[in-house]
Write a protein that binds this ligand. Sequence first.
Ligand code: GLA
Length: 377
Amino acid sequence: MIINKPPMGWNSWNTFGDQINEKVICDMADKIVELGLKDAGYEYVVIDDCWSLRQRDENDRIVADPELFPNGMRAVADYIHSKGLKFGMYSCAGTLTCAGFPASFEREFIDAETFAEFGVDYLKYDFCMFPDNKDAQLYYHRMGMALKATGRDIVFSACNWGNRESEKWIRSTGAHLYRSTGDIGERFNSVRAISTSQFDKLQYAAPGCFNDIDMLICGMDGVGNVGHPGLCGDTEYKTHFALWCMMGSPLMIGSDLRRVRPETIELLKNPHLLRINQDEECRNPIVIESPRSTASYTMFKHLSNNQVALGFFNLNDDDGSGELCPHDIGLTINCGFGFKFTDVFTGETLDFYNDYIKVPLKAHDCKVYIGEYVTRD
Ligand code: GLA
């Protein structure tokens, strides 16, 4: 199975943590359809940690907690599939999951079989309690094989947070995406630390295996497992989402879709940002750090159909600016062309030839454009 574009969907962890159950998961599937998120491309509904009993059964199988999932996991899968969506679950390469539930170390094949029987289309595979003296590549590879051996198409979502330089070997394990960072929290400094930590590793992602910089916090509004009241608002959500799109990360929504504000839904459905994220050429952006302002980055990315994306990001806690020198993106004074840029949020246009541009940006704000090549007289 080839995954050609960063996967998009919803995951339970950021908001619900261990407060998951059948109703919550099925409600989210309903909302993904009702809110038009499915039509926008969000497809996977993923149950994270804390879904099972603490003990395996007498056949060594992991068992879904019958109080949380009274009709069993197959029923959840069937419901999600009936909505035209895909079903994801979670396990871990270590001896226990991060929340202390049974995990798949040395039980990769039997667990893969269980997931296939559940009707799973996507497996997130964590790294807690993985023995220090074991070879992580080998064990991720083992689960990659175990999933394939089931004969079911299952997206393999590795999550070892970039440990042991996983960007260098994770593709070889059969993984389709790999978490490269620690856990996100609903704070702008988390968004900044996670995104900037990958600026020098963007080249490892490509069709087939994408760099996952963690689930989205957009629209959490201070509520939930990793929520922090008052630390993020619309500006932070906008810049976070735009960065994830420019950087080609999978887009897994982490908020409670029953209460998310319309402004956030509009952001998550922004067709231009999604086009940048899902572009078929899957090129990583060139990242230019401003020599003049702190934590101000310009990103330039080739898109298909002879288009480009340009982003200015002020990741600083103070007001500042974004800037673009033609030279930095390869434009020479006499090259004879420039760009017509269209702002992905406002639709305003900007003609750019060989001028230096400086745009004021409030703290944590960004501007993103899609550009067309235009010739110059
Ligand atoms: C780790 C992962 C998180 C989440 C939790 C669940 O911390 O990085 O994304 O899956 O485990 O316990």
